[in-house]
Design a protein around this ligand. Structure first.
Ligand code: AMP
Length: 724
């Protein structure tokens, strides 16, 4: 077979969908069972591995060896609350892997969850190849917007085990918006409300021509149609216990049958006012007598069960609306995504919340895969070039605002802050975006930025480039160079980073009771030295009465690939979208955000955030730390993700070990810890001894992450099992 197109895959909790796009748009591909491919893997006694519709049928016969809803667990540590819950509910056996992840045991063999997902991905790929008659080795795979680093990494690993090169991990709501807005010239703000089998996401986007900008996203990775099924199944189990004195909750196979029947009843009730069913031989009573369950459910009863679950989704919506600085009624359209949005009660509640009916002409099951395929098309070589042409590189000398003089240099992806409660203006044309600047409530707009005519030359191949954060929650976050540092940073009470083998102190870590500064309020002066932009600074503004700014860092780093590629092409400040002639279709520009804040552990179990949630990606932020002990040669930096000020309330991602620090007295070794998130939302952490310029960082070891050689081994095992 020849090399085929890049495919788009919606790897769903319940079903997966594959699509391909060309200049005429996106096309969903299907096998004989249809376009919704159940994300179910069943290990047959014959040794065969069944995937899709055939596997789903086995769920009722062989629940212990039939694995489903893996997406609810992938990338979660075995000790997490969600995995604990799943262990009680799922019939298949879960155990702890060597690096803290989850393993499934079926027919005596253990599998990582990435491997289980890989079976689905491989099957889906095969569907595409059969339909298209060409080999499809590359894909864009979607994930819930709220997936954390561990979940994204595990999904990527699944792709590799399946022999797929995953060109991009794309957020599902962004994909849906892309499919909706593709080739439209509209300028509108939309909400994508996505409730699938296991996860809920809400994403607010601004669509402006072919620019798709995520304003905010929030989600709950443990809320979905499965929960409705469980509620109905529990109701059934209660009735059966009353009637027959038999507790199906203690019988995994019987409970599995209840859940399957519950899902069927739920789906029926989206169209009908009531439903009746009989589950024969659900259990056996005295003398081996078969016990059946006759069950009836009305839509009203179902709505009573669903109401609290749907209501939970609006707490998440509130969070996203707040982060976007908008009210629900300020949106122009609402797109529903995910099979669970077919529930009539949900549609009514969504309409009530947003003050408008959701769009009715979008297929909630297929739209994500269609968007993934469109993104896949744009990642194909000619289109990628087009997207790059639109990357705006700007270097802006920002005159003094407020009491803190500053020099800010920027590389695109900067954004405005909008006032809560006031409808913000529609964005300027995409190209003007790079020059937008935070305008704070009650503050006069800053003077127009000075544009330097030429993009700065990067000295060496690997130059540090900071992409300013455009968090709406902390609009000052992007003001990278805070030069009002005291003469001796060690005059502060530094906060130490907790670690096993050594201590780091952050220069000027905020006090523990510090909350986010409200819009318009600066952080205390002199407390923070963020050195991120220095490497990019050709000149800096001296501040009267303050000590000289720290010397420019020569950090080596990986700027986001696209930006670097653009730099390689010597793109000067871009002031207009680059017209592209060699692209089969318009290449959309996606501007996404990171859904969760990223930080490091400090002493007493606190978390110091380095990149804030809802920051535009790609993003990079650097914070300075220093050693806390004389002669300290090693530190272990623990990295976490989440909004809590305490590390225990966040997801621990893993650690970075910095060793070989030069021996020096306490506080003399300064270490720049840099977090970078690429367009997939994947994190890289780097660190450097500022004094020597020596880069100390090694790759972050994620909890549960599959080692490189193991992925290769799993791929081989896969191919052997599937005979492909
Ligand atoms: P997804 O993850 O998007 O494939 O969504 C799957 C979820 O949607 C499952 O929980 C299904 O039971 C649910 N679902 C599919 N169709 C319907 C329907 N007509 N009414 C209610 N829920 C549905």
């Amino acid at each position: 077979m020849s090399n085929g197109p890049v495919i788009g895959i919606d790897l769903g909790t319940t079903n997966s969908v594959v699509a391909v796009a060309d200049k005429n748009g996106a096309r969903v591909l299907s096998d004989e069972a249809g376009s919704l491919i159940p994300s179910v893997v069943s290990f047959h006694p014959s040794g065969d591995v069944l995937v899709g519709a055939n596997a789903k049928e086995r769920r009722l016969l062989d629940a212990q060896n039939t694995v489903y809803s893996v997406k609810r667990l992938i990338g979660r540590p075995y000790t997490s609350y969600e995995v604990n819950q799943a262990r009680e509910r799922f019939a298949f056996e879960l155990s702890e892997g060597p690096s803290g992840g989850v393993l499934v045991t079926a027919r005596g063999e253990t599998y990582t969850l990435s491997e289980i997902s890989a079976f689905v991905l491989r099957h889906v790929r095969k569907v595409a190849e059969t339909q298209l008659g060409v080999e499809c080795g590359q894909a864009v795979v979607t994930v819930p917007a709220n997936f954390n680093e561990l979940q994204r990494s595990a999904t990527k690993a699944a792709g590799r085990v399946a022999g797929l090169e995953v060109l991009r991990i794309l957020n599902e709501p962004t994909a849906a918006a892309l499919a909706y807005g593709y080739n439209k010239t509209s300028n509108e703000r939309v909400a994508v409300y996505d409730l699938g089998g296991g996860t809920f996401d809400i994403t607010i986007l601004q669509l402006a021509g072919d620019v798709f900008e995520v304003l905010a996203t929030a989600g709950d990775t443990f809320l979905g149609g499965d929960d409705v099924d469980s509620a109905i199944a529990d109701h059934m189990a209660g009735q059966f216990l009353e009637q027959s004195r038999y507790d199906t909750r203690q019988d995994r196979q019987a409970y599995e049958r209840l859940k399957a029947a519950a899902e069927w009843a739920k789906i029926q009730l989206s169209d009908k006012p009531h439903v009746k069913l009989c589950i024969e031989e659900l259990a056996y009573g005295d003398g081996g007598k078969a016990l059946n369950l006759d069950y009836a459910l009305t839509r009203e009863q179902l709505e009573h069960m669903c109401q609290p679950l749907v209501a939970r989704s609006f707490d998440v919506c509130e969070d996203a609306m707040k982060a976007a600085g908008l009210r629900p009624t300020q949106l122009d359209n609402v797109i529903l995504v995910g099979g669970s949005t077919r529930i009539p009660l949900l549609q009514r509640m969504v309409a009530e919340y947003f003050g408008r009916k959701p769009l009715a002409d979008i297929d909630p099951d297929l739209v994500v895969a269609q968007g993934a395929a469109l993104q896949a098309l744009s990642l194909a070589a000619p289109a990628r070039k087009a997207a790059l042409g639109r990357v705006a590189l700007k270097k802006v000398a920002q005159p003094t605002t407020g009491s803190h003089p500053q020099m800010t240099e920027e590389m695109s992806f900067e954004d405005e802050v909008t006032n809560v409660g006031e409808r913000p203006p529609l964005p300027p044309p995409p190209v003007a975006r790079a020059a937008r600047k935070a305008t704070l409530p009650g503050q006069a707009p800053p003077p127009p930025p000075v544009e330097l005519k030429n993009a700065p030359q990067l000295p060496e191949e690997e130059e540090l480039v900071d992409t300013p954060t455009r968090s709406r929650e902390d609009p000052l976050e992007h003001e990278m160079t805070r030069v009002a540092a005291p003469a001796d940073p060690l005059d502060f009470q530094p906060t130490r980073m907790a670690d096993a083998s050594g201590l780091l102190m952050q220069i000027g870590v905020p006090s523990e009771d510090e909350s986010e500064p409200p819009l318009g309020e600066e952080e205390p002066s002199g407390l923070l030295m963020e050195l991120g932009d220095d490497a990019f600074t050709s000149e800096s503004v001296p501040v009267e009465g303050s000590p000289p700014p720290p010397p420019p860092l020569e950090l080596r780093s990986s700027a986001p690939a696209e930006l670097r590629a653009a730099l390689d092409e010597n793109v000067d400040t871009v002031t207009a979208a680059v017209p592209v002639t060699d692209v089969p279709t318009r290449a959309p520009l996606l501007l996404d955000v990171t859904p969760l804040s990223l930080g490091v552990e400090t002493v007493d179990g606190y978390c110091e955030h380095i990149i804030r949630r809802n920051s535009a990606i790609p993003a990079g932020q650097t914070k300075m730390f220093t050693t806390a002990r004389d002669g300290q040669e090693t530190v272990v930096v623990r990295i976490c993700q989440g909004e809590d000020r305490h590390i225990g309330g966040n997801q621990l991602l893993g650690e970075v070990v910095l060793d070989g620090l030069r021996p020096a007295t306490r506080g003399k070794v300064q270490i720049a810890v840099r977090f970078m998130i690429d367009a997939d939302g994947t994190l890289q952490v780097r660190a450097q001894d500022v004094g020597t310029g020596q880069q100390q960082q090694i790759a972050i070891k994620l909890i549960g992450e599959l080692p490189e050689q193991e992925i290769e081994g799993l791929r081989e095992r896969h191919e052997a099992k599937l005979g492909s």
